[in-house]
Design a protein around this ligand. Structure first.
Ligand code: 13P
Length: 302
């Protein structure tokens, strides 16, 4: 059953009336997670998210979302989210609602203040009002090009959770850091900054491991290398709280495509993918969703 069949309220309209207060996580509209049983023993339903970056911000975004919704239909084993630019979020959310699609909508960024003199920023409640139920935080492009620090990402995570948004928190090392053997130190520092809030809201957020050298380069991490870092992230979570480690989905991102997704998604600690370039083309993105669904049916995580 789709969330729309269960709840006839347009998520965007409902979010408009939801109080953007610290309790408003309870006011979040029904999501696929609410309506579809989680897959596998660990309850980690795979998540395939498309980060459109600075693309498809108008009518082209609506067309893309409709095509992706078609690919995602009847793939309830997998949660699917798209992250359009701010300008397309409301239109995309409406299109998905009208098509009775379970595909979720994410912002690519959010500010930690709710309102005020912050030119150019968007608040969690604004994203909710526009129809988003997710947000990507701390993407390496925001860290590298816009100076986002671990502290800022942690503040945004607290504010976004309080505003009823689920978060995809990105971590990852640069090529220099990998070559200097610092990968796990970098990851530990980035994850530690958000760990208190992750532990406070177990399972609400997702971590995306995106090695910076693999983003937009066509150089994908090998499944074994990715799994090693994912296992290290899972261990960091376990050191804080066993349930947190069990419930938190850890996605891989960086040049994921239909032709390399299976090896990555087969790894025990890789619970989905954050896809950039390949999410701009519905057919290829649909194939990645199909692969994730097939792996669940074959018993991954069970
Ligand atoms: P690519 O899939 O284009 O490498 O981008 C990955 C990414 O940055 C997703 O957030």
């Amino acid at each position: 059953m789709s969330s729309n069949e269960e709840n006839d309220t347009n998520p965007a309209e409902e979010a408009t009336t939801a109080a953007p207060s610290s309790e408003s996580t309870e006011a979040a509209p029904a999501t696929p997670e609410d309506t579809v049983p989680a897959a596998g023993k660990a309850g980690r339903r795979p998540l395939i998210a498309g980060n459109w970056k600075l693309n498809a911000g108008g009518a082209d975004g609506c067309d893309l979302a409709i095509a992706i919704a078609r690919s995602a239909a009847d793939r309830e084993e997998v949660e699917v989210v798209v992250a359009p630019p701010f300008t397309a979020i409301a239109a995309v959310a409406n299109e998905l609602y009208n098509k009775k699609s379970d595909v979720g909508v994410a912002g690519q960024n959010v500010y930690f203040e709710e309102s005020g003199a912050f030119t150019g920023e968007i608040s969690p409640s604004m994203l909710r009002t526009a129809g988003a139920n997710w947000v990507i935080l701390g993407h390496s492009e925001r860290r590298q090009l816009f100076g986002e620090t671990d502290e800022l990402v942690a503040k945004k995570l607290v504010a976004a959770n309080a505003g009823g948004l689920k978060c995809i928190v990105c971590v990852g090392e640069t090529l220099d850091q990998r070559e200097a053997g610092q990968t796990l130190d970098v990851i530990r520092t980035q994850v530690s900054a958000v760990l208190p809030e992750l532990a406070r809201s177990v399972g609400d957020s997702v971590i995306a491991y995106e090695p910076v050298w693999a983003i937009g380069t066509g150089k994908v991490a090998s499944p074994e290398d990715a799994q090693e870092v994912h296992a290290a992230i899972r261990q960091l979570l376990a050191d804080a709280d066993a349930e947190l480690a069990d419930q938190t989905r850890v996605l891989y991102g960086g040049s994921v495509k239909a032709n390399n997704a299976e090896g990555l998604l087969s790894q025990p600690d890789i619970d989905g993918a954050l896809v950039g370039g390949a999410s701009l083309e519905a057919e290829g993105f649909g194939k990645i969703i199909d692969i994730a669904a097939k792996l669940v049916r074959q018993g991954k995580n069970s």
